[in-house]
Design a protein around this ligand. Structure first.
Ligand SMILES: *[C@@H]1O[C@H](CO)[C@@H](O)[C@H](O)[C@H]1NC(C)=O
Ligand SMILES: *[C@@H]1O[C@H](CO)[C@@H](O)[C@H](O)[C@H]1NC(C)=O
Length: 316
């Protein structure tokens, strides 16, 4: 009996064990299902994290810009848009020139000093001049004052190199327009910063620039490093830029960036747009690398020190 009972219990036990095993299998099956649902969810989460990271990376390419002071599509007219910043101590290390040394500092942008037609004439002038040579590294300059023109890894003097033939490239009218435009820029800077325009002088370097996305070959081609004009060129007190092409349609990248303590503030180039600022540390800046197309601009610099004055260019 005992044996039979035992066998019976064993039988019962066996069926119960079978049931348990079956239940276990069922449980295991559902948990595999739950498990795979879990991994699908995990995969989705991972995927969205990846997408978010890519998105963040893409915006971070642009994300260094924290504020757009003036976009390409805006038209700043008739008055310049002025952004005041506190003057740095740089000016204290230099002789002060009444009527010129900055008393107030800042940056400003105007689209009403140079017309788009004038900008086009000047861009053509730049194209013709720079066509004569150009840097190998994608950043070329033409300085009509000194005659310096990028050529390969160096510079040549266009007036010496091309002699009278330069008259086939530039006309008197071109030079007249150039002088005229620099006078207007000087006037708007003086008005904006309450200066005496007769006490500010054009200084060097003042030049045309042509930039494209070609890899830099020499240091001259590396225009994108952050810098302070007054530190780089002691004579500068006011820097201005006249843009000759449009950000977005003529080129991409190449925006001008003021690098402030907690913000990167950009001015988007627009043909005919003049952007100007005091040259001290209050205006640390850089130009983004050009990623596509060609960017033309003119840098026009002013000093308060008559010893650093240069004269307007004229055809030989
Ligand atoms: C970029 O400029 C360099 C010279 O500075 C020139 O050799 C090159 O052809 C230009 N590239 C384009 C795409 O215009
Ligand atoms: C400004 O841009 C620079 C690089 O150009 C970057 O290192 C810095 O973090 C940016 N600053 C801000 C506040 O985004």
């Amino acid at each position: 009996m005992a044996l039979v009972r035992m066998r019976n219990t064993q039988g019962a036990n066996a069926t119960e064990i079978e049931k348990k095993i079956k239940r276990g299998n069922a449980l295991r099956q559902s948990s595999t299902w739950r498990g795979s649902r879990g991994s699908v969810a995990l995969l989705l989460v991972a995927l969205s994290v990846c997408l978010a990271a890519v998105g963040l990376y893409l915006t971070s390419l642009d994300g260094e810009i924290t504020e757009t002071l003036v976009s390409q599509s805006e038209l700043v007219t008739p008055k310049p848009r002025v952004f005041t910043v506190q003057c740095s101590e740089d000016y204290e290390n230099y002789k002060r020139y009444p009527g010129c040394t900055p008393q107030k500092c800042g940056r400003a942008v105007t689209d009403s000093v140079v017309t788009r037609d004038e900008a086009e004439v000047l861009r053509r002038l730049a194209e013709r001049g720079l066509e004569l040579a150009g840097s190998e590294g994608g950043a070329s300059i033409l300085d009509l004052h000194s005659g310096a023109l990028s050529m390969g890894k160096q510079f040549v003097n266009i007036y010496r190199y091309f002699g009278d033939q330069i008259r086939d490239v530039f006309s008197q009218e071109d030079f007249q327009l150039y002088r005229d435009v620099r006078g207007r820029i000087q006037a708007v800077i003086a008005e904006t910063f309450d200066l005496d325009p007769t006490r500010m002088y054009l200084t060097k370097p003042t030049f045309f620039s042509r930039i494209n996305g070609t890899t830099a070959k020499t240091q001259h081609d590396e225009y994108w490093h952050p810098h302070i004009d007054k530190v780089t060129y002691g004579s500068f007190d006011y820097t201005s830029l006249l843009y000759l092409s449009d950000y977005g349609s003529d080129f991409t990248g190449g925006r001008f960036v003021f690098m402030d303590q907690n913000e990167n503030r950009t001015v988007e180039p627009r043909a005919g747009r003049v952007s100007f600022f005091t040259s001290g540390s209050e205006n640390l800046h850089r130009v983004e690398k050009v990623t596509w197309g060609t960017r033309y601009a003119i840098t026009v610099s002013f000093t308060c020190d008559p010893a650093h004055a240069i004269s307007d260019p004229s055809l030989p």
